[in-house]
Design a protein around this ligand. Sequence first.
Ligand SMILES: N[C@@H](CCC[C@H](N)C(=O)O)C(=O)O
Length: 284
Amino acid sequence: MKLQFTKMHGAGNDFVMLDATREPLHVSREQLRQLADRHLGVGADQILVVEPPPSPDVDFRYRIFNADGGEVEQCGNGARCFVAFVRRQGLTAKRAIRVATHAGVIQPRLEDDGRVTVDMGPPRFEPARVPFDAAHLAPRTEGGFELWPLDLGSSGTAWVSVVSMGNPHAVQRVDEADAAPVAEQGPRIEHHARFAQRVNAGFMQVVTPHHIRLRVWERGAGETLACGTGACAAVTAGIRHGWLQSPVDVDTRGGRLTIAWDGGASPVLLTGPVAHVFDGTIEL
Ligand SMILES: N[C@@H](CCC[C@H](N)C(=O)O)C(=O)O
């Protein structure tokens, strides 16, 4: 099968974008993995498939697949690249778009400076879903919000805030993002027994109440240069703990994202850059 694709990135979080608005696309999990493979394919953290709207109240639907081929609910940087992609493909001239995802409808809009802001909806602060298994450690609270201990065996205990942005995140505060044990702890947190659907693992350094540094080990992709939903999760957890105040600049290894959240059920706004890398065709 010959497939046309576009390669894009949002703060270094890179995507293969596929247009399935004109005809349905049947790509197997193995083919998705091959597309994402950095040696045997195009290379990407996620593959995004744009489809026609499932109902008249939205403009498109888009589906998100991690590099391991698994379909997931939400992708913040992907939503930003999605806007640039559909405009570039001539599929819409709108600047504000309503798009259906597995986690509900989100609303990205193109800003005058070329960045894209996404209304990601409100965060959900979820308690543990399965019985807690760390050796007799109880959760503790900071600023009225819970930190949960995760027993990571020989890697010690990680105290995490559990947040859903449609997809699951476990965020811990570290002294220095550059020195954080992302490669060591990331896979252990991702596969920890407490998270039935696995989890994205964030490592956040608080620089000031309006500035953090963040690294994220992503479920199904490994450490990426930036994670949009990870930034939303880290900032909303940090605000709940009393460490941060909106808006917050989030420096990732791939660039800066800005997150605004007024608390409670108000939506999280994620703003950042998008870039077109190249268009191509691949035989799968
Ligand atoms: N890079 C994304 C998140 C992609 C999905 C994530 N790996 C998951 O499995 O939930 C973002 O920018 O949010």
